[in-house]
Design a binder for this molecule. Sequence first.
Ligand code: ZN
Length: 155
Amino acid sequence: MAGDALDALYQETILDHYQHPRNHARLLDPTVATEGHNPLCGDQLALQLKLAGGHIAKVGLQGKGCAISQASASMMSEAIQDQTPEEAERLAGAFRQFMTSEERPDEDLGTLAVLEGVRQFPTRIKCATLGWMTLQEALKEYRAGQREGKLVVKE
Ligand code: ZN
């Protein structure tokens, strides 16, 4: 595919996720819930995860802000569906490496790779990684809750 056509496809995917964010409904009984914001751009996110059977069974994501932040978070909410917390953590690390490092991650990022163009705009990288940082915060809370025996997760 020619460069321009590929760019158009990427933009279309990002716009689609921005205009139709996935997993938008707020979870009323989340296992963990976190919020994230990017003061540089004004992006805000609220994330809820429902863990069941050792997997991320449900994701809730609400937010406002620029197209990059909201589209990236929406793609994340799809990508982590049914993953174990460990898999989601690995994907978060791989995506952040993909956005910030010259070294390519081993992980296959699938659709998330459409955000590659954002790398050219260093001020927007925080927009693209906000959802993932919010996710990592939620996973940290989940692990801490498990350690302390506070979270009851149905198996
Ligand atoms: Zn932004």
